[in-house]
Design a protein around this ligand. Structure first.
Ligand SMILES: [Zn+2]
Length: 269
């Protein structure tokens, strides 16, 4: 008996050194943040931004098993406006940047598990590659093509949002240029896709907490703006409380991290 207690205490000690399992459950709107799904190319120094297909499949299966309903931005807006009920366990699945692997690797897995997602596009990189990265630290990979985006939009499992024109650090960009990045990408994406761009994600999360930058994002007309601050925003959300928080799903996460992120708002200490 004593040994069992001692062993239990030892395990709790090990877990406490790395995970937040002891936190109370968080309520609100969990928003998962992904970037690339698949295997990182040789030479990638940002491997934690790559989630393997196997891990992604396990994560989508977890959502399904635990009764989560994934929402598109438009569905969230409709729930917020009372046009449809909010599901009992809502979750937003988001992908930053718009990589081709979102369609080639992630989408078939989402289709299998009945999940929907939202992808933030960088307008000028469409049909091209992630030009904002230094290829010495992150090899260039293919971004989504316009035809892929249109195809995904037709299928209805994915909604698109803006991640600016060129993926700049908005905290270090003159405000006139910030305005252009925010408004021009919204307008051009809307012209191209024939849908309102409801969601916006700050590249690198930068500028999300700079009052002038955030004011411009709100003025541009985005209903939901997303930062990279770890956590679960309360719902209903008060835009005045700051941008929506997200749960960064890392390539080296265990399922325990995923579970704690969703239920506690963070996994790691
Ligand atoms: Zn980005």
């Amino acid at each position: 008996m004593l040994e069992t207690i001692a062993a239990g205490a030892a395990i709790a000690g090990v877990l406490s050194a790395r995970w937040n399992w002891w936190r109370p459950r968080a309520r609100g709107l969990p928003t998962l943040m992904y970037h690339k799904v698949g295997d990182p190319p040789p030479g990638s120094k940002l491997a934690k931004l790559w989630v393997s297909a196997a891990d992604f499949r396990a994560q989508m299966a977890y959502l399904k098993r635990h009764g989560y309903t994934s929402l598109l931005f438009a569905e969230l807006r409709d729930a917020e406006l009372g046009r449809r009920p909010l599901p009992e366990r809502p979750v937003l699945i988001t992908f930053d940047d718009g990589y081709a692997n979102n369609q080639e690797v992630a989408l078939p897995i989402m289709r299998e598990s009945g999940m929907k997602g939202n992808i933030f596009l960088v307008y000028e990189t469409m049909d091209r590659h992630n030009a904002w990265h230094d290829p010495a630290s992150e090899p260039w990979v293919r971004m989504l093509t316009w035809s892929a985006v249109e195809e995904m939009q037709r299928e209805g499992l994915v909604e698109f949002g803006s991640h600016t024109m060129r993926h700049p650090d908005l905290a270090r960009t003159p405000l006139d240029q910030v305005r252009w990045e925010l408004c021009e990408s919204k307008k051009r994406l809307e012209d191209k896709l024939g849908r309102e761009m409801i969601g916006f994600a700050y590249p690198y999360g930068a500028g999300a907490f700079v009052p002038e930058v955030r004011a411009l994002a709100r003025e541009a007309g985005y209903r939901y703006d997303f930062c990279i601050k770890q956590g679960i925003s309360s719902w209903p959300w008060d835009p005045g409380s700051g941008p929506l928080k997200r749960l960064f799903v890392r390539g080296d996460d265990y399922m325990l991290d995923f579970h704690l992120n969703l239920t506690r708002g963070r996994a790691r200490l």
